[in-house]
Every structure is written in structure tokens, then in C-alpha cells.
Design a protein around this ligand. Structure first.
Ligand code: SF4
Length: 348
């Protein structure tokens, strides 16, 4: 797929947009002013692969906490601010890496100018975040909650920043309706080259949220849309990261480990195929190789169906045929399938 060519913007120690890898974000659910809990959660997110983290800055205590939080974490920190320009100024003073704020919502032009000037002085980018649940009243009255409404709202905020000669902009458009999100992003992609932060908001609890996010983010990414993403699910934020990684890995947009192909099993299966597949996946989950491994239930369809796989097994009667790119290499006993494949994956 062709990725939309966007402007490359520096966010702390990383880049978003251009040829930078599509980065994975999350957001803490602690009280930001509770520094210990917030840092603990950010470090947990870092440990599973989160690359940018956002905290809510909803009061001055949260804005004050930014300095200490930043000194104890290793990934860029984003302040999520609504309406209060003083919180934005304090976050900038405390060296936040990015602001998420909608300039049209922070009051008079003097206030907008103050925030933009301070952000520009420290090269802090601003993410405009348009959300279907909080569209500007005038825009909603005219366009309703629609792709056009989301697009117009984003353009309104972009124009405010551009009028102040501020161009380090990242844009997100979020709706829980996938089609509407996609359409709004497509409209925006025709107009601007700022990087896009994508996500399907209010996607739901872990199971439904994972499916909805995968469909939504997958649809956007397949259109080349998305420079950074967040999977939003109603769960511990740490659970969002593996979902995000797997979406990017599956689409071949990032390499987060081995890709697996395995058949659903059927009446032809003569081994404990499900256990074998789970055991192999588990044994190599920390190996980051650009490799596709197939685990198939029988020799009738196995090697042929999984011809693209770099390595694989076609299980037989209490045995397995180990194959590579469709070619059979050897036959092993069922009890040796897992160890043989794991060894071959490590040596590959
Ligand atoms: Fe059935 Fe073989 Fe297909 Fe697996 S690969 S679903 S065992 S026919």
C-alpha cells in the first residue's frame, strides 16, 4: 500500500509523519497529579512497546506534575488540554513534548496567540483533535455530525494555527463510526499534508474494542492514512499496545515479530494441533524476526496452502512434515514438532 506523504514533525525524541515509522500511542488513566501512579503506568506502557504517551492536564496540579513525570520516563509526553489556555502555558513551561488542544476552543485571540507563541519558541507541536462527540456547535448546526462536519471543524482549527504561522500540526479526527472517520480523513488528506493521528474512539471493551479498532484502523491504514495511532479500548491501557502492534505487524507496516499462519483445524486433523500452534507462538513471542511461520493441520492442504511461509509444519498422523516455502524438509514425531520448529525459527 502507498502511505500518504505527510510532513515530518518532531515530537520529543521521535518523529511523526513523513517516512517515520507509524508510532503507537496510549493514554494514562491515572490522576496526572498523582505522580507515582502516573509514572508507574507510563513505565508499564513503555515496557510493552508504547512509543508516545498522553496524560490529561485538567488542572494546575496536573500541569505542575509534568516536569517530574518527564524526568522519570523515556518516551515523549503529550498534554491533553481542553479550554484552559493557562494549563497549556504551564505545560509548555514544563517542557511538554506535544500539546493536544483545539485552538478554537481556548477563547480570545490573545489567549490563542500566547499559547502558539510559547509552543513555537520551544518547537512543541500541537495536535488538533476533532471528535464527533464534541463538534463545535456552529459547525454541527450547519453540517450535523457528519464527515463534512468533522472535516470543517479540523480545517477551522488548522486555519487558526496557520494564520499565526504555526505549522507543526498533527491532526486527529475521531468518531466511533468507522465510515465517517475514513471519509473525513480522506477529505482532509486532499487538503493538507500534516500528519494524521488515527483511532476509533469509544471502540468498546477489550473484545469488541479490539475488533472495531482493527477494522477501523485497518481500513484507514490500507488507504495509506495514519502516521501515529492509538487503539482505544475500555481496559487497562497496557492492553492497547499489543493490539496496536499486531495491527501494524499484520499489515506489514511495522515489524513486531513473527507472523503466523495456522489453519482452523478440521476432521482431517490427527494431532493436538491447537496446542502445538499455541506452544510455538508462545515460545517465540519475544523473537523479532521478519518471518512467516505456518502451522497446518494436515498434509493434504498444509504445505500448498502455506506456500508463502518461510517455515512450517503440516501435521499428519501423530507426526509432522516440516516444510519451507512449500518444500518438505523432513518428517518428525508429534512430540518433536514444537521443539523442531522453535529451533529452526531461532536458527533462521
Ligand atoms: Fe483441515 Fe488440513 Fe485445512 Fe487444517 S489444513 S483445516 S487440517 S484440511
Amino acid at each position: 500500500m502507498n502511505r500518504r506523504l505527510s510532513k515530518k514533525i518532531k515530537v520529543g525524541s521521535i518523529f511523526i509523519g513523513g517516512d517515520a515509522p507509524i508510532s503507537i500511542q496510549s493514554m494514562t488513566n491515572t490522576k496526572t497529579s498523582d505522580i507515582e501512579s502516573t509514572v508507574k503506568q507510563i513505565l508499564e506502557l513503555e515496557a510493552v512497546g508504547c512509543e508516545v504517551v498522553r496524560v490529561t492536564v485538567n488542572d494546575m496540579a496536573a500541569a505542575e506534575a509534568i516536569k517530574t513525570i518527564k524526568s522519570r520516563i523515556n518516551i515523549p509526553l503529550v498534554a491533553d488540554i481542553h479550554f484552559d489556555y493557562r494549563l497549556a502555558l504551564k505545560a509548555i513551561e514544563n517542557d511538554i513534548d506535544k500539546l493536544r488542544i483545539n485552538p478554537g476552543n481556548i477563547g480570545s485571540i490573545d489567549r490563542i496567540e500566547a499559547v502558539v507563541k510559547a509552543a513555537k519558541e520551544k518547537s512543541i507541536p500541537i495536535r488538533i483533535g476533532v471528535n464527533s462527540g464534541s463538534l463545535d456547535k456552529d459547525i454541527q448546526a450547519f453540517f450535523g455530525v457528519s464527515a463534512e462536519g468533522l472535516y470543517q471543524s479540523a480545517m477551522k482549527h488548522i486555519k487558526i494555527l496557520e494564520s499565526l504561522e504555526f505549522y507543526d500540526i498533527i491532526i486527529s479526527i475521531k468518531a466511533s463510526n468507522i465510515e465517517m472517520t475514513l471519509e473525513a480523513f480522506q477529505m482532509l488528506a486532499n487538503e493538507v499534508d500534516y500528519p494524521f493521528h488515527i483511532g476509533i474512539t469509544e471502540a468498546g471493551t477489550a473484545f469488541r474494542g479490539t475488533i472495531k479498532s482493527s477494522i477501523g484502523l485497518g481500513a484507514l491504514l490500507l488507504q495509506g492514512i495514519g502516521d501515529t495511532l492509538r487503539v482505544s479500548i475500555t481496559a487497562d491501557p497496557v492492553e492497547e499496545i499489543p493490539v496496536a502492534k499486531e495491527i501494524l505487524n499484520t499489515l506489514g507496516l511495522r515489524n513486531f515479530g513473527i507472523k503466523f499462519v495456522s489453519c482452523p483445524t478440521c476432521g482431517r486433523t490427527e494431532t493436538e494441533m491447537i496446542k502445538i500452534a499455541e506452544a510455538v507462538e508462545d515460545a517465540v513471542k519475544d523473537i523479532n524476526k521478519n518471518l512467516t511461520v505456518a502451522i497446518m493441520g494436515c498434509a493434504v492442504n498444509g504445505p500448498g496452502e502455506a506456500r508463502e511461509a518461510d517455515l512450517g509444519v503440516a501435521c499428519g498422523v501423530k507426526s509432522g512434515l516440516i516444510f519451507s516455502k512449500g518444500e518438505i524438509l523432513k518428517k518428525v514425531d508429534e512430540s518433536e514438532i514444537v521443539a523442531t520448529l522453535v529451533e529452526m525459527i531461532k536458527a533462521y
